[in-house]
Design a protein around this ligand. Sequence first.
Ligand code: CP
Length: 308
Amino acid sequence: MKHFLDIHLTDPADLRVMIDAARAMKTARNNRPRGARDDDQPLAGRMVALIFEKPSTRTRVSFDVGVRQMGGETMVLSGKEMQLGHGETIADTARVLSRYVDLIMIRTFEEATLLEMAEHATVPVINGLTNRTHPCQIMADVMTYEEHRGPIAGKKVVWSGDGNNVFASFAHAAGQFGFDLTFTGPETLDPERVWLEWAAAKGYPVTIDRNPERAVMGADLVVTDTWVSMHDPESARERRHNQLRAYQVNEALMARAKPDALFMHCLPAHRNDEATSGVMDGPHSVIFDEAENRLHAQKAVMRWCLGV
Ligand code: CP
């Protein structure tokens, strides 16, 4: 069973196969006559369940469109509307869904929900984000970096802000794709120690530098994310803003990175909080390529899971 649960749980050679396949599919699609169906329909006759226990724009639309482009069909389910939200166990839900569909993508709060789904499903399960990680996003980010600048291996990536679930998947990617990762942010919002230890054990220790101006020097890629994640309590908003204000990615900060550095944000963004509109819409920014590449990267992930 080939689940796609996290980047650090997936063989690096398989990750490379997926990135290269995603780029090839993007090229093929962009070269076809507009409106024409893709020649390749590897998901024809297959049904994919897309379960959302949290809001989503990019993940929901890109998975749905990706399945359809590959000839399959989708069923978008909200956790609240399912019996899952009314006491049915995750294990029973996984067993039942496996009798109907060929693949399950789930966006949920607790990592334990994802892992229990994968343990009991008899079809592949894909992690569409948990409170701890967001692997599909970082597959798209690696693809985006490489299509603009070539191999990410050996490059300097700097994350400025909250050490959240998206950062965690960057730490996994550093170890698997072989790039140098720096975290700059307040100590109170440091990444989970277990992820830092994992990257260090892979030979790519994450550098922690509390000074954002110093941290971004020589960066090939600067990344940030929202200061208040979906699972953070609303009551923490003001405190987080105060803690993170010094880590805003603005024009002055980007000017300290390499002249050809890229800027990424997985979106949705709160403009002029974690990043200024000047940076988001500026010459370094590839945020909308990043969003588009969710589609292509996830198509490759689904094909890998299904072996088609
Ligand atoms: N980046 C991302 O996962 O976006 P959505 O929350 O809109 O899916």
